[in-house]
Design a protein around this ligand. Structure first.
Ligand SMILES: [Zn+2]
Length: 474
């Protein structure tokens, strides 16, 4: 006969454990500070584009490490190998004549790896009309400046290129998509990325026979530099670890508030709240160490981290990567990627159930879903295909990215079979990926992204914090 007291005791123990879990999750959510997140983004953007290995990137790494230490974490700065890096110190671009166009150019950007150009003036030519003799002229085009086109225009004597690619009135209407040149010290002429509207006005004027003279200059430094990756830790009692990470640079070279100061702010805020909860004994020490990593340079630094880890990779139980958690043009949705990777299943199931459980609650997302691989961010470096390219041990590390926007326009992609979310409001067989109007642009600034809808960062912090409370304490 079964002792009737035992099952009751068992139930009591189980329910008090889940009550403690619920209470920890509630406390975590209550402690997330939207103002701290906003301030972090502002601070980072003021430092410049934080490209790894540049003075701006070094300053950002020092600040991230100091902030982690202030939160009670141990923090180390790991130096990645040197690579060619680029800094712009200043540049000018304006119309001199006719005077009615003088106020035209405002939200434009000098493309990365542009060479220096002493202040000068030049006549403007339209690439599609007058591409024979470009000697001493600046050229305006809506084409994407490929390596071939760049070489061709430099060879024809152009002194600068003004590109308003993608030349689409519906995206980047008043700001510029930034398209860095190849990393090289021998690029011949500067490339300025300008807005659709400015490009169209300039080209229309030229087609009417207006003679346009522009003034331009650039002062840039292109040299070797070592990106710095910051690794902070909340130590666990066991041998396993989870990584929470984000790329610290603005990969396009613009202000990069959403992409990816928002992600860095998210990493720091998860660290702050968990560390405070451990220090104040609201929760005990985690079983698994939690590492908070800010990559000096997207992909490059995560790849070198993997190389440095070697066999240590085996202790990683999961990677939670933030990339673009600061905006979302059309939906109030949080996304968890990538569900087409079989060994991501457990980690993503936990995020998916958190997504469903908390959707619609005050201070949380309206929608949540997992989605298949789109590629292009640091979580992919930890997957077997990439590990084999790096000659790293082929371990199956669950590795996911959490975000609220991707790319510069809406994308519809088929949902992975077997996956669905009660918190997704669209058809279950399709995921619509929300986007940023300011993706890789001159206007990816706090005022237009993280200041407008700072709640995106709050959601991402809560999703990762709550998932860690379920994973790293078990
Ligand atoms: Zn990014």
């Amino acid at each position: 006969m079964i002792n009737p007291v035992l099952p009751i005791l068992f139930l009591l123990v189980v329910s008090s454990a889940s009550l403690a879990q619920k209470s920890a999750e509630r406390q975590f959510a209550l402690r997330v500070s939207v103002d701290t997140l906003r301030n972090h983004v502002q601070t980072l953007v003021k430092m410049g584009n934080r490209w790894g290995g540049t003075p701006s990137g070094n300053r950002s790494a020092r600040w991230v490490a100091a902030t982690m230490k202030r939160y009670g974490l141990t923090a180390e700065v790991e130096q990645d190998p040197q690579r060619l890096v680029y800094t712009h110190e200043r540049w000018t671009l304006r119309v001199v004549n006719p005077s009615r166009l003088r106020r035209l150019i405002r939200n434009d950007w000098l493309a990365g790896f542009s060479p220096s150009l002493v202040p000068t003036t030049a006549l403007l030519a339209d690439l599609d009309v007058d591409n024979m003799d470009l000697t001493g002229k600046a050229v305006v085009t809506d084409r994407l400046v490929t390596e071939d086109l760049y070489e061709e225009l430099a060879k024809k004597g152009a002194i600068a290129i003004l590109s308003f690619a993608p030349g689409d009135s519906t995206i980047y209407p008043d700001w510029a998509m930034i398209t860095p040149l190849p990393a090289s010290q021998s690029n011949a002429i500067p490339l300025y990325n300008i807005s659709y509207r400015n490009g169209s006005v300039l080209r229309n004027e030229l087609s009417r026979g207006t003679s346009i003279r522009i003034a331009l200059s650039s002062r840039t430094v292109i040299k070797e530099g070592a990106p710095k990756t910051v690794v902070g830790r909340i130590r666990g009692t066991g041998a396993g670890r989870y990584i929470v990470c984000a790329h610290g640079d603005s990969d396009a070279g613009g202000p990069g508030a959403d992409d990816n100061a928002s992600g860095v702010a998210g990493v720091l805020e998860v660290a702050r709240v968990l560390s405070t909860m451990v220090q104040t004994r609201a929760i005990r020490k985690p079983v698994h160490t939690i590492e908070f990593v800010v990559w000096g340079s997207e992909y490059y630094s995560s790849e070198h981290f993997v190389r440095r880890q070697g066999e240590e990779l085996r202790t990683i139980r999961g990677v939670l990567n933030y990339d673009q958690i600061g905006t979302g043009a059309t939906r109030n949705c949080i996304y968890f990627e990538a569900n087409d990777v079989p060994h991501n299943k457990n980690l993503l199931s936990i995020l998916n159930s958190i997504g469903e459980q908390y959707a619609g609650r005050k201070g949380f997302w309206q929608e949540a879903t997992t989605n298949p691989s789109q590629g292009g961010t640091d979580s992919y470096v930890f997957l077997p295909e990439h590990l084999s390219r790096l000659d790293a041990p082929l371990v199956l590390i669950p590795s996911v990215t959490i975000y609220t926007a991707a790319w510069n326009t809406l994308r519809r992609i088929p949902q992975t079979e077997g996956w669905s979310s009660k918190a997704w409001k669209g058809p279950q067989d399709t995921v619509v990926i929300d986007f940023s109007r300011y993706y890789h642009s001159s206007r990816d600034v706090p005022e237009l992204t993280t200041e407008r809808e700072p709640f995106n960062m709050v959601w991402a912090v809560k999703a990762v914090g709550i998932s860690l409370l379920r994973l790293a304490w078990e």
